[in-house]
Design a protein around this ligand. Structure first.
Ligand code: UDP
Length: 463
């Protein structure tokens, strides 16, 4: 029997590859065949980090296309990467699909594209292939993209995306207040980078989301009810997490250091501060040292992910005598198996940059947050955590732009002594994890989406 064959394509960043990989695994478990398209650069990183995915090999194949940059170019230069990629990749994707369709009985019938790779809409249209869009960020962020015209008409932003007023806005009365200066494209980098993100990622993303038959989101109705009510085309199918099943998370760019799990086993229940800032955050040396000293000052056990390059250079420098002083109370690793860490009973709280995946992972494990957003949608995710769900507290910068030792120590104490936040986190965990159980909204949405992919009929997917 032939399998229905789909193409999945993520934006080439860690926080996009991991959830799309999870989606791929989910689809193969429903009998779909998946061709996963990475850039060559990402493909090499995955293979270099012991890539292994536990789904039938006849249902999952990994292919790669060039991103148009030189091998030594900096892929953290998001502006350059985006511009180059958006120019070259449409032709390359078309070639790959033509190639697969020539050699294969199981032709590609659907493209499921990251909403931040909106250029795919033109390939889908040209080749006559159905399109669905996957949203790896909060649905609220995509809702903003889909409201661009409205925002321009109401002079919240000008037609190049630049915020025109310094006031909070709401997409509807039931939606959270948003600061236009924190719209994704307004805080990714310098003004040139922000403009590229607006012109390419956001405008193409809007076109793709409008053209797609369906939009699936790694979120749940409980987390973002107002958005899903306002935009019924968006379907929550999350949380897409490996820890919901029996499998390990896949798609890491760095090798995970599992020694931290053994270290966690030795710590008392609910005592450890887990500190991790995802794949992009960079601290200058002053901030790096301030954080190091703050963790020392808390006198609590801490597990700190010190990613290569986190302090701007590949060799981070701890304060003098630091490693000896903290001894076994502090465990530093270059990359952690984060979902397993957050699932560990010793973890008391999560100091996080509030990337959407980290947010979903913390929420799904009932862990309270110390929020320290770095860029892009992370400021809005902090609003969800601190003001809407009330499952965390925010860390504030002082007048020199530093999050001080004192601020960190005081917020850690405040969070760990706050029984209400802990209770909120556990309540939210229950609701969110419940939604993927058989017969519940995220599970039903996923099943209906897979049915649509399989039979091509436009089912009513509103849940
Ligand atoms: N992650 C991990 N180990 C680490 C740090 C992060 O496995 O030490 C994973 C984390 O579980 C999440 C992803 O990397 O799935 C980061 O995505 P997120 O959206 O939180 O942040 P980004 O890297 O996009 O800023």
């Amino acid at each position: 029997m032939k399998n229905i064959h789909v193409v999945l394509i993520p934006y080439p960043a860690q926080g996009h590859v991991i959830p799309l990989m999870e989606a791929a695994r989910c689809f193969t478990s429903h009998g779909l065949k998946v061709t996963f398209v990475n850039t060559e650069f990402t493909h090499k990183r995955l293979m270099g980090a012991c890539f292994e995915i536990d789904c039938p090999s006849d249902l999952m194949q990994m292919v790669s296309v060039p991103d148009g940059m030189e091998p030594c170019d900096d892929r953290n230069d998001i502006g350059k990467l985006t511009k180059t990629m958006f120019q070259l990749m449409p032709t390359k994707l078309e070639e790959i699909i033509n190639d697969i369709n020539k050699k294969n009985d199981e032709k590609i019938t659907c493209i499921i594209a990251d909403c931040y790779m909106g250029w795919v809409v033109r390939v889908a249209r040209k080749m006559g292939i159905r399109l669905a869009v996957f949203c790896p960020s909060s649905a609220a962020v995509l809702a903003v993209t889909m409201s661009i015209q409205n925002l321009i008409d109401n002079e919240v932003i000008n037609c190049t995306g630049i915020p025109s007023k310094n006031q909070m806005v709401q997409l509807s009365t039931s939606m959270p207040l948003m600061d236009p200066n924190n719209f994704l494209w307004a805080c990714v980098g310098d003004s040139a980078t922000n403009q590229i993100i607006f012109d390419f990622v956001i405008l193409d993303g809007k076109e793709a989301a409008e053209a797609a038959d369906h939009i699936i989101c790694n979120s749940t109705m409980e987390l973002e009810p107002a958005v899903f009510t306002l935009f019924p085309k968006m379907l929550p199918i999350g949380p897409l997490l490996a820890t919901n099943g029996t499998t390990r998370q896949v798609g890491h760019f760095w090798n995970e250091d599992s020694t931290c799990l053994t270290w966690l086993d030795q710590q008392p229940v609910s005592t450890v501060i887990y500190v991790a800032f995802g794949s992009f955050t960079i601290f200058d040396q002053i901030q790096f040292e301030e954080l190091a000293l703050a963790l020392e000052d808390t006198k609590k056990p801490f597990l700190w992910v010190v990613r290569p390059g986190i302090s701007g250079s590949m060799d981070h420098v701890y304060p003098s005598g630091y490693v000896e002083r903290v001894g076994n109370r502090g465990k530093m690793v270059s990359w952690a198996p984060q979902q397993e860490v957050l699932n560990h009973p010793s973890v008391a709280c999560f100091m996080s940059h509030c990337g959407w995946n980290s947010t979903m992972e913390g929420v799904s494990n009932g862990v309270p947050f110390l929020c320290w957003p770095y860029f892009a949608d992370q400021f809005f995710n902090r609003t969800y955590i601190c003001d809407i769900w009330k499952t965390g507290v925010g860390l504030n910068k002082d007048e020199t732009g530093i999050v001080t030792r004192r601020e960190i120590k005081s917020k850690v104490e405040q969070l760990l002594s706050n029984a209400i936040i802990r209770k909120n986190a556990l309540n939210l965990q229950e609701k969110v994890t419940d939604s993927v159980r058989e017969g519940n909204p995220s599970n039903k949405n996923l099943n209906k989406f897979v049915d649509w992919v399989k039979d091509g009929n436009d089912l009513c997917l509103c849940e």
